[in-house]
Design a protein around this ligand. Structure first.
Ligand SMILES: *[C@@H]1O[C@H](CO)[C@@H](O)[C@H](O)[C@H]1NC(C)=O
Length: 260
C-alpha cells in the first residue's frame, strides 16, 4: 500500500510541473500532524507519538502521547486527547495545569497561543511561556475571538480560522503582553487550517483538501492580496512551512517535503 502510494506520488510529480516540487520526506509512518519552526521539524503519528527529525531519521520525543505538537521560539508545546497542555522540559513532556487547549502554537515571538475546546482563543505571555518549568498553573490571556485553529509567526502576527472556516489575521501581537491590534478578515477562500512560518509565509488547507499559499503579505497588506493554488496531486490534511520547506501530510498519512 505504502509502495503504491509512493509510486503514484512519483508519477504525479513527473506529470505535473509547477513552482513547488515535493518528495517523500524521511520516512515516518501514518503521520497525522506536522509542525516546523526555527529549522526544527516535529510530527505526530496515528498512535499519538511525537517525533523530531534529525538528518534522515525520526526520534521519538518523550514517552507521552499527544494529539498536537508545535515547535518555535517558545520551545516545544503540545496538547493531548484530553486537551491537557504540555511543555517539553528536560527531555519529556510535562503537563501544565490551567486552561485546557485542543491546539497550541509555539511559533510566535515567544508567546504561545491556543484554542480551547469551546473554540475560545487564548495567549500565554512570552515571559510565562519561556520561564514555565513544569510548576504551577499557566495563566492565559483571553483573545476575545472564537477560533478553531491558530498559528503565529514572529514577523507578521497571527493567523486563525474560525468555526465557519473564515480566515483572520492580526498583524501585531505583543508577545510580552498578548495585546493585539484587532483582527482583519481575510477575503477569499475558506480554510480548514492556516499556518504562518517564521518568515511570514502563510499556507492553508482548504475544505476540499487543496493547498493554497497566501501571497502579497506586507506591512501595508498584512492580510495579503490573494490565495494561489499549490498543486499537490493528493488530498492534504495538514501542513507547516519553515525556511523554504513546505511539509504536507496527505490523507493517507504520508509526509511530503516540498520546496520551490
Ligand atoms: C477546491 O476548491 C477551490 C475553491 O473553491 C477550487 O478552485 C478547486 O478547484 C477545488 N479543488 C479540488 C481538487 O476540488
Amino acid at each position: 500500500m505504502k509502495a503504491v502510494a509512493v509510486f503514484l506520488l512519483v508519477l504525479c510529480y513527473l506529470a505535473v510541473s509547477h513552482a513547488w516540487t515535493c518528495r517523500d520526506a524521511p520516512r515516518l509512518y501514518n503521520v497525522k500532524q506536522v509542525d516546523a519552526g526555527q529549522g526544527k521539524v516535529v510530527a505526530r503519528d496515528s498512535n499519538y507519538y511525537v517525533y523530531f527529525l534529525s538528518g534522515s531519521s525520526w526520534y521519538r520525543l518523550g514517552s507521552l502521547r499527544l494529539k498536537h505538537v508545535s515547535v518555535g521560539p517558545a520551545g516545544i508545546w503540545g496538547t493531548d486527547t484530553s486537551n491537557k497542555v504540555y511543555k517539553y522540559i528536560a527531555g519529556n513532556f510535562v503537563g501544565a495545569t490551567g486552561l485546557s487547549m485542543q491546539q497550541v502554537d509555539a511559533g510566535g515571538d515567544g508567546q504561545v497561543v491556543g484554542v480551547s475546546s469551546s473554540q475560545s482563543s487564548y495567549c500565554l505571555r512570552s515571559s510565562l511561556a519561556l520561564a514555565y518549568k513544569g510548576v504551577g498553573s499557566l495563566s492565559w490571556n483571553s483573545l476575545s475571538r472564537t477560533m478553531r485553529y491558530y498559528s503565529c509567526g514572529p514577523l507578521y502576527g497571527c493567523w486563525g480560522v474560525d468555526t465557519r472556516s473564515q480566515v483572520y489575521v492580526t498583524q501585531r501581537i505583543t508577545a510580552t503582553s498578548c495585546g493585539t491590534t484587532g483582527w482583519t478578515q481575510v477575503p477569499g477562500l475558506t480554510m480548514r487550517m492556516v499556518e504562518v512560518g517564521t518568515d511570514g509565509n502563510v499556507f492553508g488547507v482548504a475544505a476540499n483538501s487543496s493547498v493554497y499559499q497566501r501571497v502579497g503579505i506586507s506591512h501595508v497588506h498584512p492580510q495579503g492580496t490573494g490565495w494561489v493554488s499549490v498543486s499537490m496531486c493528493m488530498p492534504i490534511t495538514h501542513l507547516s512551512y519553515d525556511l523554504g520547506q513546505l511539509w504536507v501530510v496527505t490523507n493517507s498519512g504520508l509526509l511530503l517535503q516540498c520546496s520551490n
